[in-house]
Design a protein. Structure first.
Ligand SMILES: [Zn+2]
Length: 524
């Protein structure tokens, strides 16, 4: 009946990219599937479409008799590269075991002086210059494999030898990458008590003057996502000085730095500035700031305490206690906007819980729930549960900013645009009002759960910021709020000065400092 629509979509000659369901990213849900899933099975099936191919266990043999590295989890119907392009492999020994590597992979890895510039570290050839059927002869030595190429890139003579160290080969075997990515320290999910026990304020002078202290600061911004500096000079420029110790300031339409300064808006407002609920900044941008800094230059005489809470802790608890709510919030898109058409209009859709793409061997998953679903009953390593992964391994960011939420929409990037090919969009839109209603209802119920969790009092760290203090926090993890306060005399109002830093410069700084000081941090 209704599910036929899905089948027809998948088989239609017009929908080329859908010929092979396995090519569709795991964990995506089409508007059709959201709409057509029978409600009684919804709890269990959603958001994982029933038409999705499961990973297959069957090993595949090669038509040409070459040794094949077949992964038992390789999905059925995956493109068989050997049938389309000439297979060319190099066999070499890694840690006493014969391993087979694609010749192109190894040729591409060459870092000799002819292939990578010694000074700029930039590649001197393009991967596409490598012949499709590049072949070579390998010689194993103590320090790795040495390969002479029989049909090398044009311009490379017979003297060119590629050397790949054992460590790189080993790393490919273990991690699927010759140079493993930097693995940041494990995140610590905190509640108020844990935060107070774990961390201490950091004096401004040490932060500015000592690289090892800066490393501790940057590390804490990853593990806990929240840091306080004390004894900060009163100067307006201090917040920029603090930020630039980590990386360049992020400029926005608010300026390089900006003021949070409440003045009475109207004479009848009774000189009280109201509560500002938990939120994150600039979610209506494609790349919201990663770090936010707020330097307290002047505090209010009464009220105005700052509140912080760890949204990753809430998301993690949500996963354990309300997995369906977690699934809804990690897949359904909600829009944020900054809607002042006369000056600025920003709009961005994102899921409340943004998951990292998980990798298991060659397979990638939209997130842990998608992976658990795909693995269900077919894995060889035993049951995979949430306990097997720390939240920091699979939650990438949270998006929570109720004041900037835009009207709900089915045109959010992941809901319709990516899921429904254009020829079928018109058809899909016929049921849009149902789909949109279903979506809002699912999101609303799940978001109520999340809202309850971020407001659990034991999770909230409250602090009356004093002049000379500066808070730095992870804007995609730690929610911030402010309690109501009384505005003082004119010219003496509460005054914070803020700045932002993007994720890239922050990660770069953490990586560089980790390489210098990482081993000193083991005892922590
Ligand atoms: Zn080379």
């Amino acid at each position: 009946m209704r599910m036929h629509h899905v089948t027809r979509l998948a088989l239609s000659p017009g929908a080329k990219q859908w010929k092979c369901p396995a090519l569709r990213p795991l964990g995506t849900v089409t508007a059709w599937q959201q709409h057509n899933t029978p409600s009684q099975s919804r709890e269990h099936r959603e958001p994982y479409p029933s038409s999705e191919r499961r990973p297959s266990k069957s090993p595949r043999s090669s038509p040409n008799g070459n040794v094949r590295v077949s992964n038992p989890l390789r999905p059925k119907g995956a493109l068989d590269i050997d049938r389309l392009y000439p297979p060319s492999y190099i066999t070499t020994e890694v840690d006493g075991v014969q391993r087979v590597f694609a010749s192109i992979l190894l040729r591409d890895l060459c870092t000799c002086e002819m292939c990578v510039d010694v000074s700029t570290k930039q590649k001197l050839f393009s991967t596409v210059d490598i012949p499709l059927d590049v072949q070579g002869t390998a010689r194993n030595t103590e320090d790795g494999v040495h390969i002479r190429w029989t049909n090398d890139i044009a311009g490379y003579g017979p003297e060119h030898v590629t050397h790949i160290p054992n460590a790189s080969l080993q790393s490919i075997v273990e991690h699927g990458c010759a140079t493993p990515e930097f693995k940041p320290p494990q995140r610590v999910l905190w509640e108020d008590k844990r935060f107070r026990a774990d961390v201490q304020d950091m004096p401004y002078d040490a932060y500015m003057g000592d690289d090892a202290t800066l490393h501790r600061a940057v590390r804490q911004l990853h593990t806990h996502g929240l840091l306080f500096l004390t004894n900060v000079p009163e100067a307006e420029s201090s917040v920029a000085t603090i930020a630039e110790r980590i990386g360049p300031l992020k400029n926005t339409f608010y300026g390089m730095t900006w003021d949070v300064r409440s003045v009475p808006q109207a004479k009848n407002v009774a000189y009280t500035s109201q509560d500002l609920g938990f939120h994150m900044d600039l979610l209506y941008m494609k790349q919201p700031p990663h770090l936010q800094l707020l330097h307290c230059i002047r505090s209010s005489s009464v009220g105005g305490a700052s509140l912080f809470t760890d949204s990753f802790r809430a998301a993690s608890n949500l996963y354990l206690l309300h997995p369906n709510a977690f699934a809804a919030l990690s897949t359904l898109q909600v829009d944020f906007h900054y809607n002042h058409p006369d000056s600025h209009y920003y709009r961005q859709s994102r899921s409340l819980i943004e998951l990292k793409r998980l990798k298991l061997g060659p397979l990638k998953f939209g997130g842990l729930p998608a992976m658990l679903r795909a693995m269900e009953g077919e894995n060889t390593i035993g049951p995979v549960t949430a306990d097997a992964f720390g939240a920091s391994d699979w939650i990438d960011a949270v998006s929570w900013a109720p004041p900037f939420q835009a009207p709900f929409s089915m045109l959010s990037t992941a809901d319709v645009d990516n899921a429904v090919p254009w020829p079928f969009k018109a058809q899909a839109l016929k049921v849009t009002e149902h789909a949109l209603g279903d979506k809002v209802r699912r999101w609303h119920a799940a978001a109520q759960n999340f809202h309850g969790m971020i407001h659990e009092s034991e999770g909230i760290y409250e602090r009356m910021m004093k002049p000379g203090e500066c808070v730095i926090f992870d804007n995609r993890r730690v929610l911030h709020a402010r309690k109501a306060f009384e505005v003082g005399d004119a010219g003496k109002e509460r005054w914070l000065r803020g700045a932002y830093i993007d994720r890239d410069p922050y990660m770069s700084k953490m990586r560089v400092l980790h390489d210098r000081f990482g081993s000193l941090q083991k005892e922590r």
